[in-house]
Design a protein around this ligand. Sequence first.
Ligand SMILES: [Zn+2]
Length: 458
Amino acid sequence: MAASRIVIENCAIATVDADDTEYPSGHVVVAGNRIESVGAGPAPRDLADVARRIDGTGHLATPGLVNTHHHFYQWITRGLAQDANLFDWLVALYPTWSRIDERMVHAAAQGSLAMMARGGVTTAMDHHYVYPKGSGDLSGTIIGAAAEMGVRFTLARGSMDRGASDGGLPPDFAVETLEGALAATEQTVDHHHDPSFDAMTQVAVAPCSPFSISTELLRQGAELARRKGVRLHTHGSETVEEEKFCHELFGMGPTDYFESTGWLGEDVWMAHCVHMNDSDIAAFARTGTGVAHCPSSNARLAAGIARVPDMLAAGVPVGLGVDGTASNESGELHTELRNALLINRLGSHRERALTVRQALRLGTHGGARVLGRAEQIGSLEPGKLADLVLWKLDGIGHASIADPVAALVLGPAAPVTLSLVNGEPVVEDGRLTTVDEETIARRTRDEARRLARIAAMG
Ligand SMILES: [Zn+2]
């Protein structure tokens, strides 16, 4: 039996393919979970099995947004340590974070996922690294929340084994043992990672950051990921304090330290990469190591400005990330297109700063590349998975801008009329179709209050 079709037509289209092909008025035909055709003008009239025909007048169709760095659990610890830099902020929040349980993590994952899906994210990721003893199956809980919402998902199974008594930043009761972390990560890969083209769930090996993990966890984590054929993720070169920490403990900067432990390569992507010199950028380009650029979080924690234009010029794969919502606060990815462009123009390389089309590419194809899924998602091309967004641009916020890509990137956050993931609607007319938004809002408020109460008891 032929797969039923969804036809979208009369909209502007930014395909984000290799040539940046755009159509002022075009069509996209979806058959089952794949894109069947994309082109100028209306779709052919004689298509069979058309279940739905959508008039996209006044809209822009783009690939779905791909988020490459996040910490879902932070949805219930927002608005805290408001004026701190990274290290002070971490020290202030670790004791609260180490009290999380399954119910809290599920509510926080729902809140994080809902906020992103409503804003056009079709592939989400969560770097989860806080696994307190006796807290239950947190990885399974997070993966379950993404499946309920219907978004494509990568769980970066994080870990920390360098507590304060070993010179690390997290308190001892928030960390796992080296052996425990590796065994649990391997189990998560075995249970949940799907290597197929259409995969809705993938797993990456993701020790947290140099100042919360042992060198051995990095080394053995890389071995584990390569043995299993999954990707590697961590935080890197986020702040000057981290750079100083690496020089003091390891006698080298973060990039050289990562390279010495097997952590540069085409199967690796790192969040932030703010403090990179020319030779660090060259090492990332040479090895194909990817970057999750998180402009709002870097601004919120006063970390600095990543050299994204230089990375792109060198050929480094770069995607966008919201980062955890305790440092991003809003949890939206579509506003990061705008923030990436604006913040990079404040940097010292503004003559080569980002264009609106480069910003859209970072949030779509760039993210897909960083997650190792550029063959399957990240652009609107026949044969790729049907993950796409129809942005409403004929309202008061956007109607006066002639260039639809400029309207999307530079204008206010555009409403999402339709978001398809794997050919299935996840957003219709700005509302989530798979879950109840009011229930999620109530649950996140209740769980945030419960966590604050438990943390206050010490
Ligand atoms: Zn992060």
